[in-house]
Design a protein around this ligand. Structure first.
Ligand code: PLP
Length: 417
């Protein structure tokens, strides 16, 4: 990612003042101070367009989908399936039918673990994941290993928080049945070279699952160019609603997968003797889905496309670099995770002040950051730490907001001296 040398000049292309005006929550104050929202990696804020799309759905279209012959049901079905079209196109999926809606990344990974990997796993088989994974890309595999006798192995990371590529290549052996890899680490900000990792895995016939929860909000993603077998994501990280996300996988893989949950929607024909399932993606969407959530997700996709993902990536790359320089100038602040290729996240320690104290005190300045292990305990433990403070950014953040954060941190230090 190329970054302009001048910290003070953001690249043209993204009108951040206009973007900020699209997010109603940014108008509010916290403890009497303007909200400085630096917790987008946990959950992004929603633009008016997403709020309006879900609101409109409930006001004008609300009905259950797929089964109804009445007008509302048909319109609701069109809205839900239209969101699938948008999301599939956003990922450059070869077919809309390869996009399965789930509750989010966590459910998408569990779906792959249970419906695809479980029947293919034998004692002694291996699943490899990086040391920087979110718990969502560790625990489902661990649960699977416990019940099958397979083994979960971590790929080490270096002091900068980058994947040890030599170790990765050495670990790709015949026993490995799946690689699980985060695209952008929520704890360290590291961007992993997925296309390169997927190519090496593919050469050995090993599928690679991408945890894309943190990449979709920051950069254009093309699942065909990545060459992965599974791509998982969450709507709420990309300015859409909570409770909606999805899994992309090629049709031949989805077609070979067992159903995940049984119930309505996923069947073609049921008798007490046997059930015939719908083809993907319906086969994996048992029960009434989050219809309004999908519609809101479609609106989030439209919103991001309107901004332009290249503009988003360029602005955020500039802001990340400038904000990192700004924070590093605060005496006693140490950035954790200094990979050459990063997105969206600045994790840090500050003297020996506990991150929870930092977060609680600066909340009184209106600044929202996250503190703790960020659901990536092994990644944080790798640096000999129990917790960090984490500022994460999105399309609406400005360098001035990092000035507010830096100023608040100076005051925290004064309190502890
Ligand atoms: N993976 C990463 C990298 C994340 O940052 C998160 C959420 O923080 C998840 C997975 C889990 O996402 P969700 O809780 O939306 O399922």
């Amino acid at each position: 990612m190329s970054v302009p040398a001048n910290h003070l000049n953001p690249p043209a292309g993204l009108d951040v003042a206009r973007v900020r005006a699209d997010f109603p929550i940014l108008q509010r104050t916290v403890h009497g101070k303007p909200l400085v929202y630096l917790d987008t990696a946990a959950s992004a804020q929603r633009p008016e367009a997403v709020i309006k799309a879900t609101d409109d759905f409930y006001r004008r279209l609300n009905a259950n989908i797929h089964r109804g012959v009445h007008t509302l049901s048909q319109e609701a079905t069109d809205a839900y399936e239209g969101a699938r079209d948008k999301m599939a196109a956003f990922l450059n999926a070869p077919s809309r039918d390869e996009l399965v809606f789930t509750r989010g990344t966590t459910e998408a990974i569990n779906l792959v673990a249970q419906a695809w990997l479980r029947p293919r796993l034998n004692p002694g088989d291996e699943i490899i994941v990086s040391q920087m994974e979110h718990h969502a890309n560790i625990v489902p595999w661990q649960m699977l290993c416990e019940s099958t006798g397979a083994v979960l192995k971590p790929i080490p990371i270096n002091d900068a928080g980058e994947l040890d590529l030599d170790a990765y290549h050495a670990m790709l052996n015949d026993r490995v049945k799946l690689v699980g890899m985060v695209h952008v680490s929520n704890a360290l900000g590291t961007v992993n070279p997925i296309a390169e990792l997927a190519r090496a895995a593919r050469e050995k016939g090993i599928p690679l699952l991408v945890d894309g929860a943190q990449s979709l909000p920051h950069q254009a993603v093309d699942v065909q160019a990545l060459g992965c077998t599974f791509f998982c994501f969450s709507g709420h990280k990309m300015y859409g609603p909570t409770g909606i996300g999805g899994l992309w996988a090629p049709m031949e893989v989805l077609a070979a997968m067992e159903p995940y949950q049984g119930g309505g929607e996923m069947i073609k024909k049921v008798t007490f003797e046997r059930t015939e399932y719908n083809p993907p993606p319906g086969k994996f969407e048992a029960g009434t889905p989050n219809i309004a959530g999908a519609v809101g997700l479609g609106a989030a996709v439209d919103y991001l496309l309107d901004l332009g993902m290249d503009q988003v990536a360029a602005y955020e790359a500039w802001l990340l670099q400038a904000a990192t320089a700004r924070l590093e100038a605060v005496e006693g602040l140490q950035v954790v995770g200094t990979a050459a290729h990063k997105a969206g996240v600045i994790s840090f320690t500050f003297d020996d002040i506990h991150p929870h104290d930092i977060g609680t005190i600066i909340d009184h300045h209106g600044v929202a950051i996250r503190t703790g292990h960020h659901c990536a305990m092994p990644a944080i433990a790798r640096f000999g730490l129990p917790a960090t403070a984490r500022a994460s950014l999105g399309i609406y953040n400005t360098l001035e907001e990092f000035d507010v954060l830096a100023g608040a941190l100076e005051q925290v230090r004064d309190m502890f001296r």
